[in-house]
Design a protein around this ligand. Structure first.
Ligand code: AMP
Length: 417
């Protein structure tokens, strides 16, 4: 299967080629022909599967091919996303893939001044990428006109529902023309998602690229049992001794994320934090520093990290396990993306062992337990830590990367797909 055989415009094929993609990913191979044919789609695809290009490429194709339907410069496609970061990322993808077409796009999201967005909308745009709340602000101020939308995309629909956007989404849908194409992407299927799909989609094609609620197979997963107060020392040790070049660390609370960032820096590890209490400028800076290698560790809360697209992220750490097992799947989906191998490490304190069991039940497999290594560190706060309970013979922590994943035995360098 090649991109050429999918029937996309030459301008899009050129952009795809420049992105370095050789073959379509499974979700792209399945979704692109159906979307080009005008069908509604319900796709069960996690982040990292190439889903963004899977809907962006055919969406651009259809808008371009149907240019005669243009109504002034009112938007003809609306991509709804749960977070600001995802809006920025999807906006970048639209620009990248559409660079040889004369279509305009605009990302609109909260946390930043609304005025530049109003100016941009006045100038006109073909594709709107928006978070629901800010989009409704624009609708209220009559700066966004949704009457000419031909294609609606709900990206990470499950996360939008988790974040309480259902009423906003309903209000937005009411503002759209009845006749339109609908594309819905969700990593998991809850009752609510099914209900939304039934209301929204007409005779949809279902696309499933990974087993439901299953992590991408390319991720080697392991868990350390460790007391809460020893987690920080273990984490610093793993990063330093394994020479991890880049690690995304999940924390449950904003306060905890800030504290851990400071502690890592005290341990000599460059770190940033990303969560809802940070300004948009601070979040963007932390993400850029992380992507460009100026910091090794990015500490994030669940919501802030949603949908982050970081090329070939090698390590993900669950500093605290999520309360909802499906969130574990989302989290480790940050690594092992688009064919690259990844390592997901969980630090599990005794009070979290029930959560780990729940996760294993959802995964339908056991996560490898690793014995906590002896830690020798110059930092007085990072003294010897021991496994509780001891599980198996002690091994160097960096062995974790050898397990369960082909090609995962390389040194701790960033991997290229
Ligand atoms: P997504 O699932 O949309 O977040 O995409 C995950 C990553 O896969 C992004 O970094 C894309 O640049 C990359 N990607 C998308 N399509 C392909 C492809 N056909 N071949 C290789 N990489 C891809």
């Amino acid at each position: 299967m090649s991109f050429e055989s999918l029937g996309l415009l030459p301008e899009l094929l050129r952009a795809v080629q420049e992105s370095g993609y050789e073959t379509p990913t499974p979700v792209q191979a399945q979704a692109i022909p159906e979307i080009l044919a005008g069908r509604d789609i319900l796709a069960g695809a996690q982040t990292g599967t190439g889903k963004t290009a899977g809907f962006t490429l055919p969406l651009l194709h259809r808008l371009q091919a149907n240019a005669s339907s243009m109504q002034g410069r009112a938007p003809r496609a609306l991509i709804l996303v749960p977070t600001r970061e995802l809006a920025v990322q999807v906006g970048e993808s639209v620009r990248t893939y559409g660079k040889y077409l004369r279509l305009f796009s605009q990302a609109i999201f909260g946390g930043v001044s609304i005025n530049p967005q109003i100016d941009a909308l006045r100038r006109g745009t073909d594709i709107l990428i928006a978070t629901p709340g800010r989009l409704l602000d624009h609708v209220q101020q009559r700066t966004a006109d949704l009457r000419h939308i031909e294609i609606l995309v709900l990206d990470e629909a499950d996360r939008m529902l988790d974040m309480g956007f259902i009423n906003d989404i309903r209000r937005i849908i009411k503002l759209l023309p009845a006749k339109r194409q609908n594309l819905m992407f969700s990593a998991t299927y809850s009752e609510d998602i099914r209900g939304l799909a039934e209301r929204l989609l007409t005779n949809p094609v279902s696309i499933e690229v990974a087993r439901r609620n299953a992590p991408v197979d390319a991720v080697a997963q392991s868990a350390y049992f460790i007391a809460k107060e020893q987690k920080r020392a273990l984490l610093s040790h793993l990063i330093r001794s394994g020479e991890w070049p880049q690690v995304l660390i999940f924390n449950r609370t904003k306060h905890g994320a800030n504290r851990l960032q400071k502690q890592l820096e005290e341990d000599g590890i460059t770190a940033g934090a990303i969560h809802g209490n940070k300004s948009q400028a601070a979040r963007t800076k932390a993400l850029t520093d992380f992507k460009e290698g100026r910091i090794v560790a990015l500490v994030a809360t669940e919501v802030a990290a949603r949908g982050l697209d970081i090329d070939q992220l090698p390590y993900v750490v669950n500093y605290e396990l999520p309360n909802v097992p499906e969130d574990y799947v989302h989290r480790i989906g940050r690594t092992g993306r688009a064919g690259a191998t990844g390592i997901a490490v969980s630090l599990v304190s005794p009070d979290e062992s029930g959560l780990l069991r729940d996760i294993e039940r959802v995964l339908r497999r056991a996560i490898e337990r690793v014995t906590v290594p002896a830690i020798s560190t110059p930092s007085p706060s990072a003294r010897i830590v021991r496994a509780s309970p001891p599980v198996q013979q002690q091994r160097p922590a960096q062995n974790a990367r050898r397990w369960g994943s082909p090609g995962a035995g390389q040194s701790g360098q960033r991997r290229r797909a």
